[in-house]
Design a protein around this ligand. Structure first.
Ligand code: NAP
Length: 455
């Protein structure tokens, strides 16, 4: 089977790769298992040194990495540079804190000594998406390797160059051979890998359908899974919000990564007394964003990653309009052999419309009117997803109460857009998945929490 990367700016093929055969996959997993038998015995000091070296290499190569992402999936280079920096910070964060997170925890019992110790489990299979082609992988690999695990990566088929350069940088940093390997394969080859006895756990970031498929197989094999899936994050804008700031933050969030972020705001639930003013500010700021070639440092919005996904997004927009939504910006496919889609705003969005019910994975905003605060919270929670959420109000105590107790999501921010941070746990509820990445919680997902009891 072949995998071809395609530049979404012009539809031109970049490079074609041959996927691994079943036998080649099995051999690579065997190599990684052998590597793990030694890697699990390495000291924290050794792992820390290598992880910090990896961070330095990512920084040294950041320009090249940003261009690679721009070419393979259309990420504007200024965002690609920021993504590379975040990968480096994540490596440094786990290098600095891994030993502390994994330190034995003494527990008082009748024993002369009893404690929880955190042991590596083996090889973790990572199935990853194209939207943050570096960071999604780094936020899995940094804690995994620091914990003494090994990893094999099945990356999205449109970013094979990114998948290979990650492995290359790990080798360049001096990690022992095979502790991390990229497997260039199609999604139909994943099930067989999950069956391999050396694979001890699976982490998947991607769509809900992919999550269900991989989790079913892993469940049948009794292997632990962490799932980071889709989202339709609601940002609640209350009547007492600083509307100028709210509109600014909402636009930034909606257009991050040209709209293709799981934690991009997708639904804007606005109290009716301020919806007109908010919509007008939001519209102006959406218009100010520059759509263009991702290699241009001034570009805010690049093409979508693939033309077929752009077409699916457009179909969702059309369906919403057919059901009564009003398109006040964008909504048309530009001419030419490319994957561009312009910043688009749908107003009058109601239940039953795709803009209300489904994830819009591109630069399309759904503005939804709410009668009051309680109605806004009800609408925000009226979703199958539960990844991120935010509330805008100048009453900080009220904002905190709503964020902490009312919004059904894995994270809730007040007067700020949802962002991942290596220090904070990240993940969702409902069909947005389960388990957590990042922070101290993330590193403990794939360890054996072992009780040690000494009489
Ligand atoms: P996707 O189509 O689900 O692909 C994600 C990964 O899963 C790719 O490597 C893909 O391989 C693989 N895959 C797809 N179907 C599979 C199956 N049945 N069995 C095994 N592997 C399978 O998702 P995407 O289009 O790349 O990414 C967009 C989705 O990811 C959105 O829904 C977004 O919200 C979500 N996402 C979530 C987070 C989060 O942290 N919660 C972060 C980023 C993105 P192929 O490329 O070969 O098909």
């Amino acid at each position: 089977m072949k995998i071809t990367s395609i530049n979404p700016v012009n539809g031109q093929p970049i490079k074609t790769y041959t996927t691994l055969t079943e036998q080649q996959i099995a051999e690579k997993i065997e190599q990684t298992h052998t590597a793990w038998l030694s890697w699990k015995k390495t000291s924290h000091q050794q792992r820390r040194t290598l992880m910090n070296r990896l961070a330095a290499i990512v920084r040294e190569r950041k320009d090249e990495l940003a261009v690679l992402m721009a070419n393979e999936m259309g990420k504007p280079v200024k965002q690609g540079l920021a993504e590379a920096e975040k990968c480096a910070l994540t490596c440094e964060y786990y290098a600095a804190n891994g030993e502390g997170f994994l330190a034995d925890q003494l527990i008082e019992t009748e024993a002369s000594k009893s404690y929880a110790s955190f042991q590596p489990i083996g090889i973790v299979l990572a199935v990853m998406p194209w939207n943050f082609p570096l960071f999604q992988v780094f936020r899995f690999l940094a804690p995994a390797l620091i914990a003494g695990n090994c990893g094999v990566l099945k990356h999205a088929s449109n970013v094979p160059g990114c998948a290979l350069v990650i492995e290359e940088m790990i080798i360049q940093a001096g990690f022992p051979a095979h502790v991390f390997q990229t497997l260039l394969i199609g999604s139909s080859q994943v099930e067989k890998i999950i069956e391999n006895p050396h694979i001890k756990a699976v982490t998947l970031t991607g769509s809900t359908n992919a999550g269900m498929s991989v989790a079913s197989k892993a469940g049948a094999m009794l292997k632990k899974v962490v799932l980071e899936l889709g989202g339709s994050d609601a940002y609640v804008v209350l009547a007492d919000a600083d509307l100028e700031n709210a509109a600014e933050v909402c636009v930034t969030s909606r257009l991050t990564n040209s709209g293709q972020s799981c934690i991009a705001a997708k639904r804007f639930v606005v109290e009716e007394s301020v919806i007109e003013e908010f919509t007008s500010l939001f519209l102006q700021k959406m218009k100010d964003q520059v759509m263009g070639n991702p290699l241009d440092i001034n570009t805010d919005v690049g093409p979508q990653s693939r033309a077929d996904l752009r077409d699916e997004l457009h179909a969702q927009v059309v369906k919403s309009i057919e059901k009564g939504a009003v398109c006040i910006l964008g909504g048309e496919i530009p001419e030419g052999d490319n994957a561009y889609y312009p910043p688009t705003i749908l107003t009058n969005v109601l239940p039953g419309m795709t803009g209300y019910e489904e994830e819009l994975f591109g630069p399309v905003a759904s503005i939804i009117s709410a009668k009051d605060e309680n109605d806004a919270i009800r609408i925000a929670n009226d979703s199958i997803f539960g990844l991120g959420s935010a509330v805008f109000t100048q009453d900080i105590a009220k904002g905190e109460r709503i964020a902490a107790t009312a919004l059904e999501a894995g994270s809730a921010f007040v007067n700020q857009r949802v962002q991942s941070d290596p220090r904070l746990p990240f993940g969702g509820i409902k069909t947005s998945g389960y388990g957590r990445e990042l922070g101290g919680f993330g590193i403990l997902e794939f360890v054996n929490i072992k009780t040690v009891y000494i009489q």
